[in-house]
Design a protein around this ligand. Structure first.
Ligand code: BEZ
Ligand code: FE
Length: 287
């Protein structure tokens, strides 16, 4: 194939993949090439703009390591992560909706019992979290594995504190026989996604802020049910309608009740103000 021009190059590339052994790969790459070429034609992409794009992606690669995943951040901020999450988690009404996983989950979080304080010294006002894990028919789900992780009062996850490997404000517990769970942690605060790299520069160039509304992350697993990866967001947060990664669903927004010093739900005598949050999760049965 020679003398390809702007009108014939797309078909020529696709023809080159005719013998790809993996049909799904062929479908994906065919569509990707068609959309990439259509995009370049639509915006009449110049050579210097193409170079700038390559430089940007190179920077995204250079800042990525085992602790920092700038490609996921790029996918998150372009809405691709939430699109894939939404397509992969179509659920019957009544089931708790899923949202983005985010880059701050870590394997090996400490195990806790119901009632324990998962903050493990993370900075923040105390918060007592409780609720029930249920199935779609309202049945209690006992012994569901509940993994929770959140940022501290300064807006940082434990893994973002350099030189300190202690797990804080994250942990794993299991629902009780009646599906109930309860633990102590700290009040979630809004925080900016890491924005000191190429994705941050992209957001600034687009006139966008990097903030996420305050939230707790949950991942809940129980035999016979689909895995649920979700957040619970804090009612009243100023970023609920402009989340940098498009992850907010109205059904996931809950009231954090603030209380003056006094007796906490677990009977602890609190000498400082504290909050309570009650949230029930409804799992979708697995197919
Ligand atoms: C998070 O909520 O932890 C998160 C999600 C997407 C990008 C950055 C952070
Ligand atoms: Fe988060």
């Amino acid at each position: 194939m020679r003398n390809l021009d702007e009108n014939t190059i797309t078909e020529a590339v696709l023809a080159r993949h005719a013998h790809a052994g993996d049909e799904r790969l062929k479908t994906i790459v065919t569509s990707l090439v068609q959309h990439l070429h259509a995009f370049a034609r639509e915006v009449n992409l110049t050579e210097s703009e193409w170079e700038q794009g390559i430089r940007f992606l190179t920077d995204v690669g250079h800042i990525t390591d085992d602790k920092r995943q700038e490609f996921i951040l790029l996918s998150d901020t372009l809405g691709l992560s939430m699109l894939v999450t939404a397509m992969a988690n179509r659920k019957p009404p009544g089931c708790t909706e899923a949202t983005v996983f985010g880059p701050f989950f870590v394997e090996g979080a400490p195990a806790y019992q119901n009632g324990d304080d998962v903050s493990n010294g993370a900075r923040g006002e105390p918060c007592f979290v409780s609720g029930t894990v249920k199935g779609a028919d309202g049945e209690a789900v006992a012994n569901a594995r509940i993994e929770v992780w959140q940022a501290d009062a300064d807006g940082f996850y434990d893994v973002q504190h350099a030189g300190d490997d202690t797990h804080r404000a994250r942990g794993v517990l299991h629902s009780l026989a009646d599906g109930r769970y309860h633990f102590r942690s700290i009040v979630a605060e809004p925080y900016p996604i890491p924005h000191d790299g190429p994705v941050g520069r992209m957001l600034a160039a687009l006139g966008r802020h990097p903030w996420r509304p305050a939230h707790l992350h949950f991942m809940i697993m129980a035999p016979g049910y689909e895995r649920l990866v979700t957040h619970v967001f804090r009612e009243g947060d100023q970023y609920l309608d402009s989340d940098a990664v498009f992850g907010v669903r109205s059904s996931l927004v809950a009231q954090w009740q603030r209380h003056e010093a006094g007796t906490a739900p677990d009977g602890t005598s609190m000498t400082m103000p504290f909050s309570t949050l009650e949230f029930d999760f409804v799992l979708n049965p697995s197919a």
